[in-house]
Structures are given as C-alpha cells and as structure tokens.
Design a protein around this ligand. Structure first.
Ligand code: NAP
Length: 457
C-alpha cells in the first residue's frame, strides 16, 4: 500500500513556494507515491514579501513572481489565502490533515530600537511604511507625512533603508508608473522631503547594501546621492571585509564613486553618513524635531566604539530600518533572542532541544531576517531534505482526503481564497492598470474584503 505524503505549509511567500516546489520534485522513500501540498497564507494573495515587501519601483525583483507562478500551476499544490494561523487554524488542527507542517511565516514587523524619543510623532518603523506603500490590506490607508518634514533621517544601512530613502526622495509622479494604489499616490503627494539623511553606525565596509541596489539610487533624475567623507579611514577589519567578499568591495567602490561626484543640483538629495550611531530622537510638543547621534570610530576589527562626541541633526521625521523581526507563532516554541522558531537544520525543536515530530521551518522564521529571496531556496532544500528523510516515521494524517481541509474551513465560515481566485484578482489588477490614464502594468487592490470578494466571485 502506498499513499501520498501530505504537507501543509504555513506562509505562501517565496520560502513557502520554494519548499513546495522542492517537495514535488523530491525522491520519496518507499511507501509514498506522490505529495499533496497545501500552502496557507493570512494574506488573501500568495507571494508574501514579493508583493508586500519589494518596493514598487523594483519591477525586476517582482519578476520572480513569474517563476513562482509556474510552481503554483502544479496540480499537486493548492493555495488557501485569507487563512490566519492561530486564529483560523491551530497546529493540532493542521496535524489532522497533514503528515507534516512547515512554517514559512517570515518576519513582518520592525525590530525594536530602544532609544529615547523613538515613540514621538514623526518617528516610524520601516516595515510599517513598506506595508503602506505596498498597499497591504492591514496597513492604514493614509500615511501621516508630517506637513513640514523637508529633512528626514533614515536609520540603518541595509537594503530596506535604501528602499525607504529612495521612496521618500522620489516624487509621487515618478512612482505613478508603478503598481501603487490610488491611496498611496495621493499620500505620496503630501511628502515634502527634500533631504533624506541615511545613518550608518559603522563604516562603509560594514554596510549591508547590495551593489546593484546602491548603484540604482542615482538613477532618478530628481535625486543627488551625496556620500559624506567621515568614516572612510578603513581599519584592518574593514580591509579584511573588502578582501573577503567581492560584493562588499563593489559596494565600497560605488560609495567612493558617489563620494567623488559633484552633486548635479537635483531638487532632492539622499545623504549617506558613516560612523554616526543614533542615540536619541529629539522632540518638541510630542513631535520629532531632531536626531542625536554619537560619533563612532572603527576599533580595528570592523566594529566601532563611541567617541563621547555627539551631533544633533535637525530632522522632522525619523524612519528606523534596522531589520525585521518575526512574531512568535501560537502553540509553538520561540527563540526570543534570535526571533526564530528554534530548529535543528529546519526541524523545529522544543526549548529543551527535542525535535517536535512532523514540524519544520524554512526561510526567515528559520534563520532570521537576512539574505536575498534566492537564499531561501537552499534553506528550503535543507528543510525538505530532512522532512522527506523523516517521512516513513511521520504519523499519517487522520483526515487525508484533500476535501477535508476545505470542509473544515467552510465549516468555520472562513472566506478562504484559492489559486484560481488569485488568478481572477491578478487579471483584475492588470486590467485596472491598463485602464489607468498612465497605462500601468498593474494597479493593486488594497481592501481585504474587496480582494476576497473578487477572488471568490
Ligand atoms: P539588514 O540588511 O540586516 O540591515 C539592517 C541595518 O540596520 C544594518 O546597517 C545595521 O547595522 C543597522 N542597525 C541594526 N541595529 C541598529 C541600531 N540599534 N542602531 C543603528 N543601526 C542599526 O536588514 P534590512 O535592511 O531590513 O534587510 C533585510 C534583508 O532583506 C536583507 O538581506 C536585505 O538585503 C533584504 N532586502 C533586499 C532588498 C533588495 O532590493 N534586494 C530590499 C529590501 C530588503 P549593523 O550592521 O551595524 O548592525
């Protein structure tokens, strides 16, 4: 007697879809004659951070969706959107329908920055801003751009910091050719930023930018990129970092090119400052009026120490882009320090290190919020390799009939969306874009109930 290996994957972002793809191609142990994979997501749409994390002016990265669509066309993979793990379905319930459950829930919120003034009006987390400009259904429809915020600080020098700085420095009209929804275009018109200052607490050889993203910062005709010279005295740790990674050398080269370049007189400027550690957001009447940084110096190892000298920057808004953070998942252990599901190569373990049978993790919830989208492929290969090897020992699902999960959701009155539903919404958004006076490739629908009703129509 053979049977299908039934796997539920929670999270239909790239990590989840890659895991599903690898599963369908895996060589299965004796006793299995195929796989049946259900991908669940709390968003009504698939693709996670590609839809709700990648900036709208990065269509090249969004092209990855084409490859993910090919994966999802496999009849052995089903999609259930608008299903929230924890609220709509719990682990014990999923275990009735699947032999194994893989968590690919990513990281959705900002890491905390505990400095005085961080809660002032005009101080924002990058993840919230990204959700807003990417039209996430749970983001507020309006962004409260401060009416006089011409000078803005962005904290952190990763690619999210670059996205935030670029979106703030571009004009709303430059972004009108993208998929941004109407409320985002209307909101961006209220942005009056002219100078966006990006702060790195360490030096140029320690930035987390990738070369291509840094280079394209200067592609907008409305933006001058101004790199400030402080921090360019490389210590041995910095030289080592440049020698060790070609991409880091490229990043430093691009920064040096910007440093040598005269500003063209463009109306907006992105400034990049090194060796400035943010220590306080300054406020007046509850609103941001400045940022205080401590000047740092490289200590020989590529790390920095404070100099005890401080600098105040008059800014009217502060965006912190210091990394994402995963949320703990109801009913599962959580490593509070690393903000991941504790795991051994992808097999989720209890706080005492004991593997939890049939429960796995992949992507950012497995290893933390670092790395580009492609990196989740090797992650998924490791996790799925382990799952497949464990398959003969897994407890078979009590309710293996695929229709049993649909019945469960229907019985609970959950308005789930399907792959066919996504295809309807996809076509609708493409049509909205084509009918727009600017002939766009797509215009996003934002409201959850509208997305669900189009998908289920
Ligand atoms: P990230 O790459 O980890 O960068 C976080 C930045 O915040 C670092 O510069 C870090 O500096 C700084 N930071 C952390 N704590 C700080 C503190 N307390 N004070 C001041 N600065 C602090 O994170 P991310 O930008 O959120 O990106 C996450 C992942 O998504 C990355 O792998 C990124 O490449 C990827 N991504 C890619 C794109 C793309 O267009 N290709 C776009 C967005 C995101 P230290 O190094 O000193 O800690």
């Amino acid at each position: 007697m053979t049977r299908k290996l039934r796997v539920g994957i929670v999270g239909a972002g790239p990590a989840g879809v890659y895991a599903a793809d690898i599963l369908t191609k895996a060589e299965l142990p004796e006793g299995f004659d195929g796989v049946a994979v259900d991908l669940l997501d709390r968003d009504p749409t698939p693709f996670g951070l590609i839809r709700y994390g990648v900036a709208p002016d990065h269509p090249r990265i969004k092209e990855i969706i084409k490859a993910l669509k090919r994966v999802m066309a496999n009849p052995d993979i089903r999609f259930f959107g608008n299903v929230s793990f924890g609220a709509d379905v719990k682990l014990e319930e999923l275990q009735q329908f699947y032999d194994a459950v893989v968590f690919a829930t990513g990281a959705r919120r900002d890491r905390d920055l505990t400095i005085p003034g961080i809660d002032l009006e005009g101080s924002y987390g990058a993840a919230d801003f990204v959700y807003w400009y990417d039209g996430h259904p749970d983001a507020p429809r309006e962004w409260d751009f401060q009416p006089h915020a011409e000078t803005i600080a962005v904290l952190g020098v990763g690619n999210v910091g670059l996205d935030i700085a670029r979106i703030l420095a571009k004009t709303a009209d430059e972004l009108l050719v993208t998929e941004i929804p109407d409320n985002v275009y209307a909101g961006l018109q209220k942005n009056v930023a002219k100078d966006v200052h990006v702060f790195a607490r360490r030096g140029p050889a320690q930035v987390k930018f990738t070369p291509m993203e840094l280079r394209e910062l200067s592609h907008s005709p409305t933006i001058d990129v101004i790199v400030h010279p402080e921090g360019f005295e490389f210590d041995e740790g910095s030289m080592e970092a440049i020698r060790a990674a070609k991409s880091q050398k490229l990043v430093v080269d691009v920064l040096q090119n910007y440093l040598a370049k005269e500003p063209s007189g463009a109306p907006h400027r992105i400034h990049i400052h090194f060796c400035q550690n943010p220590v306080e957001v300054l406020g007046e009447d509850g609103k941001v009026v400045g940022l205080r940084t401590e000047i740092t110096e490289l200590d020989g190892t590529g790390n920095v120490r404070g100099t005890g000298e401080y600098q105040d920057w008059p800014v009217q808004a502060v965006y912190r882009a210091i990394g994402y953070h995963s949320d703990n998942l109801p009913g599962l252990p959580f490593d509070q320090n690393a903000a991941v599901l504790p795991n051994d190569g992808g097999h989720v373990v209890d706080i005492d290190g004991t593997p939890i049978p049939g429960v796995y993790a992949t992507g950012w919830i497995k290893r933390g919020p670092v790395g580009l989208i492609g990196h989740t492929k090797s992650d998924a290969a490791e996790t799925i390799g382990m799952l497949v090897a464990d398959a003969p020992q897994l407890t078979a699902a009590e309710q293996p009939d695929p229709a049993a999960f649909d019945r469960y959701l229907d019985g609970r009155g959950i308005e789930y969306t399907t792959w066919e539903g996504w295809e309807k919404l996809d076509a609708h958004e493409v049509e909205l874009g084509a009918n727009d006076t600017h002939q766009r490739e797509r215009k996003k629908v934002v409201a959850r109930d509208e997305m669900v009703s189009i998908s289920r129509s």
